[in-house]
Design a protein around this ligand. Structure first.
Ligand SMILES: [Zn+2]
Length: 135
């Protein structure tokens, strides 16, 4: 079946991230001067303005920092998912990262619950990092 939702549009800054996702690796930039692991990708560190950067892999575990339950689809591709949960994940060793919580009932979701990554292979080119509750 053809994927019905918008696809990522990689650019020069975030191409490494999407290529990592394709291999089921969660990659972020880490500042070599102050150590900040940042998201979204950027040429300079938003904390110290250094452009010295390495790319690190993060394990894909963390906890729910905050979340919202969507009851309305703002794109037709999301209608069959309603209601669905969008959450900011506080990643262990990583940045805060916006994604979806899947395989859960919206009523059971609470802040600070532990979560782990689930990869959704949506096309040959793209895999999306989503999260599920650690049960
Ligand atoms: Zn820095």
């Amino acid at each position: 079946m053809v994927y019905q939702k918008p696809l990522p549009k990689p650019n020069a800054d975030d191409r490494f991230f999407w290529e990592g996702c394709k291999e089921h690796k969660l990659l972020f930039q880490k500042c070599l001067d102050c150590g900040l692991v940042r998201w979204p990708p950027s040429i300079i560190c938003p904390n110290c303005h250094s452009n010295a950067t390495e790319v690190i892999e993060v394990a894909g575990r963390g906890k729910i920092y905050t979340y919202a339950v969507y009851h309305q689809a703002y794109h037709p591709g999301f209608e069959k998912d309603l209601p669905y949960v969008t959450a900011v994940i506080e990643l262990d060793g990583g940045p805060h990262f916006l994604s979806n919580l899947i395989d859960c009932e919206p009523d059971e979701v609470k802040c600070d619950m532990p979560v782990e990554i689930v990869w959704e292979d949506i096309t040959k080119e793209f895999s999306l990092p989503k999260f599920k509750l650690v049960r």
